[in-house]
Design a protein around this ligand. Structure first.
Ligand SMILES: NC(=O)c1ccc[n+]([C@@H]2O[C@H](COP(=O)([O-])OP(=O)(O)OC[C@H]3O[C@@H](n4cnc5c(N)ncnc54)[C@H](O)[C@@H]3O)[C@@H](O)[C@H]2O)c1
Ligand SMILES: O=P(O)(O)OC[C@H](O)CO
Length: 627
């Protein structure tokens, strides 16, 4: 008996086992009798007519009763396969037929959660490759032995031994392989799954695995049963214990409802998600009941998106804290003026491990920190990661049979993939980019250009003029974003979140619609009145965003570089007629003068948004990480 007694290790406490399993950042599998039904060397020996002798040695080694390298040498000596016989064996034993029941499903479930999988085997690489390929496990995730070949006197090329530099050719090879994996990627939690004593060893050494799951579906070894943190005979047990993302939608307006409709159907189909979706509803009376009650009875949002059916797995909840408290994935889709207050309400109940995505378009102006991206505000207030989804996605056009594209901006590819899995459908196609800031700013700023386009159409200035406004708008969106964040990429503006959203919103959006009516009525009715009259409770984002953009321009002294943005704001404030959008460059210059001489007028929207102290002390400051 060559191995040190394995029982000295303190086992993981039973309450910690499911937690570690659900938080596994990488899972390592033994191969023989764990992923495949046989020990490949035993099977090869059988194929070569040397089964009995080899099986006996394997059994001794797997039970920890024989030195590993000696066992390997002995078995190879007995078999001495030629290259041709190895090929014959591999071809006559396709990987599919060698797999243990349930392993393919477990591997797929882990892959769907972006958990990297490694194979760590005392077996041989040549015999493992077809299995790895079938399971879509990258070949550089395999730690296994390699045959060494030599030509015999009779001209046959035969296996002569093995490469002693591979970690699993020696005692303690499996923990060594895990140490090598950690050296490449600093995973916090690594799980090892296997049937043998050498697999159990992988958890017993410093730098080894954090949890050992013994697998007895092929062979049950008493020492492994005793030493394992968790012993299972079926992979279904592990699949059932995997976490399922629980989703909360924060918002219940038109777009929130269209998106919730897609989410409810996606989670019902995909095992990575909990089937129930909670939706926060800012409640209001609806007929003789409340909107949240109506949603729960009708399985649609009869006020903001009538006729679009949610799955029955959506639960509308007027209690914001209750909606988010168990959620792993938070989808923020409320008008941006309400977002800060919502974040304040849920600060103490959001799971620290939750992840967020913001679909909200706008910028937040913090009285202390100045302007912030909404994703930054969510990140800072809730201490969780937040990515964004922006795109040409008019809510009332999102439906089966239609088609649209959207852009997820995410610093983490993994988070981007999780949200893509949640949100993508065959009629809602998503691309992930890393330029989160560019995507978010494009989504917010296009609403300002949409107002300009509404002025064009309301004053019948023609398509040439509107195209010129859109071109200038796109240019200012790009320039503004890049000045705030030098990392913003030009290419982002060619994505759905850029030019496509600009076009959709300037032709079919609510900002365009209301600005057009404002122009038709020559500015006699305020945007606030028109919003009430035309949108049935839906909220405009462009007017607020316009004033928020002005706050940035004025503080930075950038007005001259953004004449369209300045002109839109001046028209919205009633300083010019909407038809003046056609001469936005001169309007921008005149607006500056008008503002200077307008000392006794009503405070502008911009002034209202800036706190008194900020104006007096002129202390709006922009730290690098505010943007
Ligand atoms: N509608 C679209 O086509 C669309 C598309 C893409 C992105 N977006 C963005 O998504 C965000 C949400 O838009 P939407 O269309 O889902 O909403 P909406 O404008 O249709 O509805 C307004 C929502 O605000 C809620 N509300 C009203 N007062 C509130 C308060 N005091 N506190 C909290 N909530 C309150 C209402 O109940 C309603 O759910 C916006 O930023 C918008 O720009 C909208
Ligand atoms: O209807 P709007 O103007 O709020 O724009 C809707 C969306 O942002 C379009 O993607």
């Amino acid at each position: 008996m060559l191995r040190p007694p394995s029982m000295s290790r303190q086992k993981v406490s039973p309450s910690q086992v499911p937690i570690l399993w659900s938080q596994a950042q990488a899972v390592c599998f033994d191969v023989d009798c764990t992923i495949t039904k046989q020990d490949a060397l035993d099977d090869l020996a059988e194929f070569l007519g040397k089964g009995d002798a080899v099986r006996q040695i394997t059994h001794q080694a797997m039970n920890g009763d024989m030195d590993l390298d000696l066992a390997l040498q002995e078995r190879l000596k007995i078999m001495a396969p030629t290259v041709d016989s190895l090929q014959d064996y591999i071809l006559s034993n396709p990987a599919q037929g060698r797999l243990v029941d349930g392993i393919q499903e477990l591997v797929q479930e882990l892959q769907a959660r972006n958990v990297p999988i490694y194979l760590i085997s005392g077996g041989f690489r040549e015999l493992i490759l077809p299995v790895a390929d079938l399971l879509k496990i990258p070949r550089n995730h395999i730690y296994a032995n390699r045959f060494v070949y030599m030509a015999d006197d009779d001209g046959q090329i035969r296996v002569h031994g093995f490469d002693p530099t591979e970690p699993t050719s020696h005692e303690g090879g499996k923990p060594e392989a895990i140490r090598r994996i950690r050296a490449q990627k600093p995973f916090q939690t690594i799980v090892m799954i296997g049937d043998g004593i050498t697999d159990l060893e992988a958890v017993q050494e410093t730098g080894g695995a954090d949890l050992f799951i013994g697998f007895g579906g092929v062979i049950e070894r008493a020492k492994v049963v005793k030493g394992a943190d968790w012993f299972v005979n079926s992979y279904q047990e592990l699949i059932d214990a995997l976490p399922r993302w629980k989703v909360a939608m924060i918002g219940s307006g038109a777009f929130a409802s269209s998106v919730a409709q897609m989410i409810t159907h996606n989670v019902a189909k995909k095992a990575t998600f909990n089937n129930r979706v909670d939706m926060y509803v800012y409640d209001e009376p609806f007929g003789d009941t409340t909107l949240s009650n109506a949603i729960n009875t009708m399985h649609e949002n009869p006020k903001y998106m009538p006729g679009v059916k949610f799955g029955e797995n959506l639960v509308a909840n007027p209690d914001l804290q209750d909606t988010v408290k168990d959620a792993d994935l938070l989808v923020f889709c409320a008008p941006h003026q309400f977002l800060k207050n919502m974040c304040q309400q849920i600060q103490t109940v959001v799971k620290p491990t939750a992840k967020a995505i913001s679909l909200t378009k706008g910028i937040h102006i913090s009285p202390t920190d100045g302007p912030q991206l909404l994703s930054t505000m969510i990140r800072r207030m809730l201490h969780i990661e937040c990515c964004v989804m922006m795109g040409a996605n008019l809510a009332n056009e999102i439906r089966p049979g239609g088609f649209c594209e959207s852009t997820i901006g995410s610093h983490s590819t993994e988070d981007g993939e999780i949200f893509k899995e949640l949100l993508e459908t065959d009629y809602f196609s998503i691309r992930i980019i890393s330029d989160t800031e560019g995507a978010e700013l494009a989504g917010a700023l296009k609403n300002v250009v949409a107002i300009a386009s509404g002025f064009c159409d309301g004053c019948e200035l023609g398509e040439n003029c509107k195209a010129a406004i859109l071109r200038q708008g796109l240019e200012e969106m790009r320039e503004f974003s890049k000045r705030l964040y030098p990392t913003v990429r030009d290419e982002t503006f060619w994505e759905s979140c850029g030019v496509a959203d600009l076009i959709a919103t300037c032709y079919g959006g609510r900002n365009h619609l209301v600005a057009q009516e404002y122009a038709k009525r020559a500015g006699k009715d305020s945007f606030e009145q028109l919003e009430k009259e035309l949108l049935n409770g839906q909220k405009l984002q462009g007017v607020l965003t316009s004033s928020e953009v002005q706050a940035v321009l004025q503080t930075k002294g950038w007005q001259k570089s953004f004449p369209l943005f300045v002109a839109v704001d001046a028209i919205v404030r009633g300083l010019f007629h909407p038809k003046d959008i056609v001469r936005y460059r001169t309007v921008a210059a005149e607006a500056e003068l008008k503002d200077l001489h307008h000392v006794n007028s009503e405070p502008s929207l911009l002034e209202k948004r800036l706190s008194k102290s900020m104006r007096i002390q002129n202390i709006i400051h922009f730290d690098d990480d505010d943007f």
